[in-house]
Write a protein that binds this ligand. Structure first.
Ligand code: AHR
Length: 701
């Protein structure tokens, strides 16, 4: 329960007072309005710059979680295109593991091919005897002996909870196949999920006895957009003239829609557009937990995620499903290029989620070399080994790279090995790439990390209670801060307005302290909301952007990010505040470090702020968050400027109450609006709506 302790402005109009009481009474049984308290005031010293806002302050964090790429950003529409969804990757302990070796997965051939179904009189099964290559050591075997002219036999795939089809759009289908005792045509079709209506189809001829890639395009007509569709590949002939027991084997069955910026093997357009609208400046990848994996042979092994997709073995994601790694290192980099983001590359640092690790020393060296090679893949000239490989993979130009993160959340490593592991990576990387900034993921003593990655996942109240935290941080530490994962976790699958309020309070904290906080990113970024049951499409509730196969939306938290990230300014201005209202947050008893902490009451501010200047336009940007369920007056006094124009703009994200949210059904329920406002000056008072985030742009002279 939150009690508003509000030093409210004494002269609130009756309308506001009434709405305040009504609104507050819905969620706050006790309202203490102290009409005699002085008005809350924010002072901005426009001539006192406390930090240059780092140009890469707002970014994205991403990993394969919640079907982020598979069934998410990655354009691929076919689920389980390599038939490994059920593959068994036996855990390997570090002492038995050779990082240079590929350990093939085991396939339970008695299992039916997951996410595939037989069409007509077809028989389908997994086959490990006839395989495309060592990386993809299983194929889908189709027995077409039951095929008839009027009753085709084939395989069907319904995608990731559907296949989205748009009108008048061309899809690119491809597959590897080989045949025995079969010389007929294959029909590739897009059809409704019930198989009753064919939306587009094409014929493939000449399936031979050797593996070969077959490709075709399928163009839809004037259909309504839908996701209840499937891809079918079928035959009407049962075999050859002499043998009616034809068999066809498939691998890497793929269907792509048009992708963002037409990138081959590229990204889903609507999700890319949502991201692009937030203008993120960097991308932290490939995790998160995904960089570590549960076991050594389940880490993000970047060398197995490059090159032609049919050579990539894929691996089990630590989030419980198969990653084809079609979205691999080149695709992360392509994504950076498309959205003009700087890569923040996390390298595997010899420690996994199940606490297996390799201590510093000779056995860690191959992993250090791997990291150096990975950096070369990203940044090297084409006359380097890995730069040449990148060129072969379609990108001759090196990527700009300034930040490399050593591991992920190594504070979980209670063995104490991180200090030594970090040192070994640090020394090798700095020796070869002295210009790189290295990020530690736990405090280290033996070396000075350029940045340390801190993670915060909190309730709204916790987030707000910590939203003045960095103001109190020691400024003497040479290691700067990267808040590489944070989120106010309220609302599922995506955060609601309460989440956005906690986030905005937190981002004010980050902005005010941009002298020590260099960059930050929300996590997780994506969630496929198609199947929210356990074992379904979501592994982690409260994610920034939600989608199914057809549609997508940004949460209120996304819009908070978007308006903050597109109104950064480049100079942080000194601010002080007085008489800010607060509320009581009763923190329940909890266990911390094995000790029971009794319940306690915390007084938490309910107004948050930051002020910056955009030097090019001269505008002063003031962010005000009113997390209360009541309107709140705030006086703003600006010193160090000659004048502030009477007119400016206000961009406001607000909701009638903190539980309001966006969803597939109502994607734009809570969105920001920008309007002209007047009554501004070097000293002015405005009333901020309940549950609101306001960005004022003031024209200063
Ligand atoms: O963002 C979800 C997970 O939270 C990340 O993978 C991990 O780094 C953190 O614990």
């Amino acid at each position: 329960m939150n009690l508003i302790k509000s030093p409210l402005h004494g002269n609130l109009p009756a309308k506001i007072s009434l709405s305040l009481l009504l609104c507050a009474s819905m969620t706050t049984p006790l309202l203490r309005a102290d009409t005699t308290s002085p008005i809350p005031t924010l002072q901005i010293q426009a001539d006192k710059i406390t930090a240059q806002m780092p140009p890469t302050f707002y970014g994205l964090m991403t990993e394969e979680i919640n079907y982020s790429y598979e069934g998410g950003l990655y354009g691929e529409l076919i689920r389980n295109r390599t038939f490994k969804a059920d593959a068994i990757q036996q855990p390997i302990k570090p002492e038995n593991y050779d990082p240079a070796k590929y350990y093939p997965v085991q396939i339970a051939v008695t299992n039916p091919p997951k996410f595939w179904s037989a069409v007509g009189n077809a028989k389908i099964s997994l086959d490990t005897n006839v395989v495309l290559n060592a990386a993809l050591n299983v194929s889908l075997k189709l027995d077409v002996s039951g095929a008839r002219k009027d009753s085709p036999a084939g395989i069907a795939n319904g995608g990731y909870w559907g296949i989205a089809l748009q009108p008048n759009t061309t899809y690119h289908a491809s597959f590897y196949a080989k045949a025995k005792d079969f010389n007929g045509e294959l029909t590739v079709s897009l059809e409704t999920a019930d198989g009753k209506t064919v939306v587009a189809q094409a014929e493939i001829t000449g399936i031979g006895s050797d593996w070969k890639k077959y490709e075709t395009t399928l163009t839809t007509g004037n259909i309504a957009p839908s996701k209840e569709n499937r891809l079918v590949i079928s035959a009407t002939k049962s075999g050859t003239f002499f043998n009616h027991h034809g068999t066809i084997w498939f691998q890497e069955v793929s269907l792509f829609p048009p992708t963002y910026k037409n990138r081959p093997n590229g990204d889903r357009v609507d999700l890319s557009q949502i991201l692009a609208a937030a203008h993120p400046k960097f991308l932290r990848f490939p995790g998160g937990n995904f960089v570590e994996g549960d076991f050594f042979n389940e880490r993000f092994n970047w060398k197995e995620t490059i090159g032609p997709v049919e050579q990539r073995p894929g691996h089990r994601s630590c989030w419980g499903y198969w990653a084809t790694d079609g979205f691999g290192l080149p695709e992360f980099l392509g994504w950076c290029e498309d959205l003009k983001m700087e890569p923040v590359l996390a390298v595997f640092a010899g420690y996994t989620l199940r606490h297996d690790y390799i201590p510093a020393g000779p056995k860690l060296e191959p992993y250090v070399q791997e990291a150096l090679e990975e950096i070369e893949y990203v940044t090297g000239d084409t006359n380097t080994t890995w730069g040449a490989q990148r060129a072969k993979d379609g990108h001759p130009a090196p990527f700009k790279l300034r930040y490399v993160e050593i591991g992920n959340e190594d504070w979980f490593d209670h063995s104490g090995s991180y200090d030594g592991r970090f040192t070994q990576f640090h020394d090798a990387i700095k020796a070869k790439y002295p210009q790189l900034q290295l990020i530690s993921t736990a405090p280290v003593k033996s070396r000075v990390a350029d940045l340390n990655d801190e993670h915060y996942y909190k309730s709204e109240e916790e987030m707000e209670s910590q939203s003045f935290m960095y103001d109190k941080r020691n400024r003497d530490n040479p290691t700067k801060i990267f808040v590489g994962e944070w989120a106010t976790r309220v609302g599922s699958p995506t955060p609601n307005m309460a989440g956005a309020l906690g986030d905005a309070a937190w981002m004010c904290n980050l902005e005010r302290n941009a002298d020590i906080v260099m960059m930050h990113c929300y996590a997780p970024l994506f969630v496929n909301v198609s199947d929210l049951k356990r074992g379904g499409s979501m592994q982690w509730p409260s994610d920034l952007i939600g989608y199914d196969a057809l549609n997508s939306y940004g949460s209120p938290s996304y819009y908070a990010q978007q308006i903050f990230g597109t109104h950064t300014g480049d100079e942080v201005l000194a601010t002080t505040a007085q008489n800010l209202p607060s509320y009581d947050w009763i923190q329940k008893n909890r266990t911390r470090n094995g000790q029971l902490q009794p319940a306690r009451t915390n007084e938490v501010k309910s107004i948050f702020y930051s002020a910056t200047r955009a030097t090019a336009s001269g505008k002063i940007i003031v962010k005000i968050v009113n997390r209360a369920d009541a309107p709140q007056d705030l006086a703003i006094e600006i010193a160090g400027v000659s004048s502030i124009a009477d007119e400016g703009t206000a961009t406001v994200l607000k909701a009638d109450n903190r539980n309001e949210t966006n969803s597939l059904a109502e994607p734009k329920h809570v969105v920001p609006a920008t309007e002209k406002v007047t009554g501004l000056g070097t000293s002015f008072t405005r009333t901020y709506p309940p549950c609101s985030i306001t960005i004022l742009e003031l024209s200063a002279k």
